[in-house]
Design a protein around this ligand. Structure first.
Ligand SMILES: CC(C)(COP(=O)(O)OP(=O)(O)OC[C@H]1O[C@@H](n2cnc3c(N)ncnc32)[C@H](O)[C@@H]1OP(=O)(O)O)[C@@H](O)C(=O)NCCC(=O)NCCS
Length: 171
């Protein structure tokens, strides 16, 4: 495991963050459904971080966003969208992804955390942080998505609507 130095994403030049995301994801990354879910939102500074390596080089980032699940009665349930989580290809498998996730999830209000949602590999996010696709199968997203990759993490899944539309947060 590398010694990850985790700092607020606010402290990093946004141009460098974009360059890192371009390297971690395919060139069409902005067409991804995940981008549409949070369209128009700003990332949440208190829950978004960067990882620096031993030489203080930018190695990974995580961003979180305000989103909502609108249920059948038109009520919006606030949630936090986690991601993208990105680690430079040559620095993967050294613990940076886990360190970034730990920083974001550790920043949630312990007494009343909002449910966290993400689109990602259930094997990775389920294994380390108990994200699951078990409660999301009645949810729709604003674009194509593999339902197995729509994940949620919630202390009390009974509060989650069984059906709803996930999108940017609107009051
Ligand atoms: C997914 C990602 C963030 C993981 O970060 P990382 O720093 O490489 O992973 P870590 O070092 O924290 O964790 C390594 C462990 O997780 C496992 N793991 C890593 N990525 C995995 C995946 N996609 N699916 C299942 N397991 C995975 C590894 O096998 C390893 O397990 P081990 O310790 O038993 O060997 C990183 O690979 C990445 O940026 N990928 C490209 C962008 C992406 O797909 N992001 C996720 C969607 S938002």
């Amino acid at each position: 495991m590398a010694e990850a130095n985790i700092i607020p994403l606010d402290n990093v030049d946004p141009v460098l963050v974009e360059e890192l995301l371009d390297r971690a994801f395919e060139p069409e990354r902005k067409q991804r459904t995940a981008y549409k879910v949070r369209e128009g939102m700003d990332w949440l500074p208190a829950l978004s971080f960067a990882a620096l390596d031993e030489q203080d080089r930018l190695t990974g980032t995580i961003q979180c966003w305000p989103v909502g699940l609108t249920d059948g009665e038109g009520r919006a349930h606030p949630m936090i969208m986690v991601g993208p989580v990105a680690v430079l290809p040559e620095e993967q498998m050294r613990g940076f992804g886990q360190a970034l996730m730990a920083a974001s999830l550790g920043g949630l209000m312990p007494e009343a955390p909002l449910p966290q949602v993400m689109i990602g590999d259930p094997e990775y996010y389920g294994r380390f942080w108990d994200f699951t696709n078990a409660h999301t199968q009645g949810w729709t997203l604003p674009g194509p998505v593999d339902p197995a990759r729509v994940l949620v993490r919630c202390a009390n899944p009974a509060v989650l609507p069984r059906e709803g539309a996930l999108g940017p947060w609107r009051r």
